[in-house]
Structure formats: structure tokens, C-alpha cells
Design a protein around this ligand. Structure first.
Ligand code: PRP
Ligand code: URA
Length: 236
């Protein structure tokens, strides 16, 4: 029998365990893991700590666009009549509720742009929240949303679902303001965050590119990608 290939870890990484993303591709009630190879490849690039701010931001934008494609996959269509240069035909167009993207500041904004490129007519609800570093409680500092949230499909956008304190606070607020149909899309989720968000808002389905191993003692996702806001904007 052949020996399993050894993973070579250099320098400081030798002392660390090497984590694999778990449950990738599994199905959980209300959770869709987007396993498309382009998404998975770009996610790997985003995770790398040596990646520049410019490249991180570009990749966040690109994965936002790809995830938007998945989160809107089941939007209803209706038939309309159009003229092609050749003939008249029955063609499809999106029907039903109009979209609102609701990015959670700051990192959600970096994730939003690719989505707006795909759905340029969507409205945007900005939700300013930061995690208190000690308590991990989400603190709101800004909220501005269209007034007709009840008539729209609201897609909450944040690359990270860690404790889910931010996602739950954002969705509480959107519901207070009338939102009835909400989806949540992120790049990385911790199992703890999924459980909390599904418990608090079971009517809100989740799309994510991966479900990682766990949260560390500071509430960071492991293996994760670090602090998404800092990496997007080059702060630290
Ligand atoms: C990050 C991230 C999420 C939040 C997730 O934002 O963008 O909003 O943490 O963590 P949670 O699930 O435990 O609430 P952060 O609070 O660091 O703010 P920033 O984007 O302004 O840096
Ligand atoms: N917020 C981040 O930006 N990264 C994490 O790992 C957890 C919360």
C-alpha cells in the first residue's frame, strides 16, 4: 500500500494544524453551499494571507458576482413578446419582487459591487454595524434603506458569518422596517453562525461558498480569511 502524501508546512506553519474546510458540498436545511469551481478557486486565493489589498478587493468583487448568480437562481420568470431582427417571439423576463441588496458595512460593500454589476437596477440598504472586539456584540452606527422594503426581496450581503451577531442584528432591523422576504449571502460561514442565524431567523435562507471548522476565542473563523473589513480596505 502506498503511503499517504505528506503535507509540507514551512516555518511557523509547521507548529500549526492544517485545517480542511468541512462539510463543503453538504446539504443543510436552509443552507446552500455554492461549490462551483470558480467560486472555490477564488475563495482559496482570497484566503491566502500574502494577497494584496488590491487583489483581495478584486476577488471579493468577483465572488460577489458569482454568488449573486446563485442566490437569484430561482427568481420567477414571465413570458413577454419581443421582436428579434428575424421574427416575433415569446421570451422570458424576471418577474415578481424587485431586489434590494443590504450590505453590512464595511466588508459587505466590497462584496456588493459585483452584485450591482449583475443587477444594476437593484436598490441598496446600507447597514453600518461593527463587532465590539470584547463582547462580539454588533453595534449599529448607520442604517439607510428604501422605504418600500415590504414589497421587495431583500438580499443581505456580508462576506463573513461568524457568531452571526451582525447578521441577526441586521435582519432584526430590516424586519422592523417591514422586510418580509429576506435571503443572506456570505463567502464564509462558521457552523456556530449558521446555527444561530437559522435559530433566530428560520425564514431566512443562507448561501455561502464554504462552511469552515469553528470560531476561535476571539470570534474569528478558522481557518477563515482574517478580518474581512481590514483586508478589503487595507486598515489594521
Ligand atoms: C465583520 C464582518 C461581519 C462581522 C461578522 O465585520 O464583515 O459584518 O464581522 O461577525 P459576526 O458574525 O461575529 O457578527 P466587523 O465587525 O469586523 O466590521 P468591519 O467590516 O467594519 O471591519
Ligand atoms: N469578522 C471577520 O472579518 N472575520 C472573521 O473571521 C470573523 C468576523
Amino acid at each position: 500500500m502506498q503511503a499517504a502524501p505528506k503535507v509540507h508546512l514551512a516555518g511557523a506553519a509547521m507548529a500549526q494544524r492544517s485545517y480542511r474546510v468541512i462539510r463543503q458540498g453538504d446539504f443543510m436545511e436552509g443552507v446552500t453551499v455554492v461549490t462551483h469551481p470558480l467560486v472555490q478557486h477564488k475563495l482559496t486565493l482570497i484566503r491566502e494571507k500574502a494577497r494584496s489589498t488590491k487583489s483581495f478587493r478584486e476577488l471579493l468583487n468577483e465572488t460577489g458576482m458569482l454568488l449573486c448568480y446563485e442566490v437569484t437562481r430561482d427568481l420567477p420568470l414571465e413570458d413577454i413578446e419581443i421582436d428579434t431582427p428575424i421574427t416575433r417571439m415569446i421570451a422570458k423576463q424576471i418577474s415578481g419582487k424587485k431586489l434590494v441588496f443590504a450590505p453590512i458595512l464595511r466588508a459587505g460593500v466590497g462584496f456588493l459591487q459585483g452584485m450591482l454589476d449583475l443587477v444594476p437596477s437593484a436598490r441598496v440598504a446600507h447597514i453600518g454595524l461593527y463587532r465590539d472586539p470584547e463582547t462580539l456584540v454588533a453595534v449599529e452606527y448607520f442604517f439607510k434603506a428604501p422605504s418600500d422594503l415590504a414589497e421587495r426581496l431583500v438580499i443581505v450581503v456580508d462576506p463573513m458569518l461568524a457568531t452571526a451577531n451582525s447578521a441577526v442584528a441586521a435582519i432584526d432591523r430590516l424586519k422592523e422596517r417591514g422586510a418580509k422576504e429576506i435571503r443572506f449571502v456570505c463567502l464564509l460561514a462558521a457552523p456556530e453562525g449558521i446555527e444561530r442565524l437559522r435559530g433566530a431567523h428560520p425564514d431566512v435562507p443562507i448561501w455561502t461558498a464554504a462552511i469552515d471548522s469553528h470560531l476561535d476565542e476571539h470570534g474569528y473563523i478558522v481557518p477563515g480569511l482574517g478580518d474581512a473589513g481590514d483586508r478589503t480596505y487595507g486598515t489594521r
